[in-house]
Ligand binder design. Structure first.
Ligand SMILES: Cc1cc2nc3c(=O)[nH]c(=O)nc-3n(C[C@H](O)[C@H](O)[C@H](O)COP(=O)(O)OP(=O)(O)OC[C@H]3O[C@@H](n4cnc5c(N)ncnc54)[C@H](O)[C@@H]3O)c2cc1C
Length: 359
């Protein structure tokens, strides 16, 4: 019997493993560093003091026949077709790589020592524990995660002074309508937005900006994007400059055809454009890859992966959100939805993502 090992039990890995269990009669193992599925797209809420629903992977996998190994993958040996999990060798015929991503410090000095992130459960828990009741929290970054973190913290901690620092206006890739709404929300939540200068260094009680200014801060949250672990590149699997596995149109590694990569760890392209690291792309990639593996096990060739974007959803605390309609290539259209309707849409998508992966 063929052996499939899926590494990483996030949105991509868990979707892949569930689908493989339904579609194949292979021996399937899921390896994940934590015993729980982490709803990563709620980590800014968790950092702001809200609870996450308990989600043990063992519960999710009950009745599927999938073996769960809780441990950290430390090496992949593609020549021997085995992985190392905390010193234990696990062999595979097919490997599905779904190790996700971590916060990217872009090499800025002081981030590791003096800043926290909301990119992983342990980091977000530290933010939750250390966020002061009063004082200043500086959120570095102007992308969607920075916006979600800043608004959530400002709403949950009304006595806190939340400051965003970004080289460009937050949400600069959104439409003009969306940016206008963001400005209104930042004013309502009294979030200070500083643009035009980047953070050159993070100190224990201030951030040093490229324009020479050095605003004081009680806590710094680094939210300037994600990068992937170096494990794939270190194992000799072909990756791009950022360490994401280069795959063909069937999510299969271009250097190792018995390895598939899905989610943030894979650099998949549709019509030449890289899919962005997102829960919205991770799930479809994973379901597709499971189908491709099942098809090949039957001796047939799968159709290439197809994907199109419809919208981007951004939470702005619990009382507001932004739904930005986009075209198939993720370019913003004029239409945005805000307020209660957008909150319902965003919440339904977040719940749906959990339901689909975890059930
Ligand atoms: C605060 C926040 C808000 C977000 N909001 C959105 C949003 O609204 N919409 C959206 O589309 N995306 C959002 N994202 C991005 C989204 O969370 C990721 O793109 C998505 O989680 C990627 O799924 P994945 O399965 O590839 O990785 P992950 O969900 O990160 O899962 C990777 C899994 O691999 C495990 N793992 C890692 N290394 C090892 C190892 N060495 N050994 C064993 N296991 C390992 C991890 O423990 C984890 O379980 C958000 C991210 C954050 C942090």
């Amino acid at each position: 019997m063929t052996t499939i090992v899926v590494i990483g039990g996030g949105y991509a890995g868990l979707n892949a493993v569930k689908s493989l269990a339904k579609r194949t009669s292979a021996d399937i193992t899921l390896v994940n560093a934590h015993p729980d599925f982490v709803e990563r797209i709620r980590l800014h809420q968790f950092a702001a003091g809200q609870q996450l629903r308990p989600s043990p992977l063992a519960e999710s996998l009950r009745g599927t026949g999938v073996e769960l190994v809780v441990g950290r993958v430390t090496a992949i040996d593609p020549a021997r077709k085995e992985i190392d999990v905390d010193g234990r060798a696990i062999p595979y015929d097919t490997l599905v790589y779904a190790l996700g991503s971590v916060a990217d410090d872009h090499g800025v000095p002081g981030v590791a020592e003096n800043a926290l992130t909301v990119a992983g459960l342990a980091d977000a828990a530290r933010v939750r524990d250390l966020v002061p009741a009063k004082g200043t929290v500086t959120v570095v970054g102007g992308g969607l995660t920075a916006i979600e973190a800043a608004t959530e913290l400002a709403e949950s901690h009304p006595n806190l002074h939340v400051r965003m620092v970004a080289g460009h206006a937050p949400g600069s890739r959104l439409s003009a309508n969306a940016r206008q709404h963001l400005d209104r929300v930042f004013r309502r939540l009294r979030i200070e937005v500083r643009t035009g200068a980047r953070v050159a260094k993070v100190l224990a009680d201030s951030v040093v900006l490229t324009d020479g200014d050095e605003p004081a801060t009680d806590l710094t949250i680094w939210a300037t994007g994600f990068r992937v672990p170096t494990l794939a590149a270190d194992s000799g699997i072909e990756t791009d400059h950022g360490g994401r596995i280069v795959v063909d149109r069937t999510q299969r590694s271009v250097s190792h055809p018995d390895i598939y990569a899905v989610g943030d760890s894979a650099v998949a392209r549709i019509d030449g454009q890289e899919l962005r690291m997102a829960c919205a792309t991770a799930g479809p990639m994973a379901l597709y890859a499971a189908g491709a593996i099942a098809t090949r096990l039957k001796g047939e060739e799968p159709k290439p992966f197809a994907y199109r974007y419809y919208l981007q959803c951004i939470s702005l605390g619990r009382k507001d959100a932004l739904v930005q309609l986009v075209d198939a290539m993720d370019r913003p259209k004029r239409t945005v939805f805000t307020g209660r309707f957008a909150v319902v849409v965003k919440e339904s998508i977040v719940r749906g993502a959990r339901w689909y992966a975890y059930r």
